[in-house]
Design a binder for this molecule. Sequence first.
Ligand code: FMN
Length: 172
Amino acid sequence: MKNKIALLTSSQGKNTQKVGMILSEMLADDFKIDQIDIDQSDGIGIKDYPFLIMGASTWFDGELPYYWDEFLPSIEDCDFSDTKVAIFGLGDSKRYPDNFCDAIGLLAKWFEKHGATIIGSVHIDDYHFETAFYTDDHRFKGLPVEYLVDNTEWEERIANWKQQIVEEFNEL
Ligand SMILES: Cc1cc2nc3c(=O)[nH]c(=O)nc-3n(C[C@H](O)[C@H](O)[C@H](O)COP(=O)(O)O)c2cc1C
């Protein structure tokens, strides 16, 4: 039986949702994917998935879109110690080089605080920006996606990242 993944995005983040659908199709051979719209979810049952994928764009000056402000409190009391979480973040390094894809770091911090293991980190050298959240070993805690900003790199990056997270989800 295939392992289950919940892939969470918001219907209000149109680009993020499209990338979520692309990723969902790529993962369908390996996993049973439940794509969940966080606007419609009360968070119940999220804790039961061993693997979560979160997709969020960055808005304003490096903030999560406002709808996450409603969803995250609904799962505030959950313990994600048994959960592996992979995060992809939509952003634009040309227009917003000072807060590039900050949503990745914000979500990673939230889930780490609640016990989760974050997988799917990506080296910063593949991107051009001024400032962003990244680790001491120069990695984003997820995949930055410049959907429709760079020409085709985003597609290749998603395909490579898909391979990476399948391997990391399956590691003990
Ligand atoms: C008002 C506004 C603020 C933005 N702020 C940032 C930002 O701080 N950092 C970043 O990387 N991208 C930023 N972006 C770019 C978006 O994250 C990007 O366009 C993304 O594809 C939007 O995805 P969505 O349709 O799912 O929300 C911003 C876009 C807008 C319109």
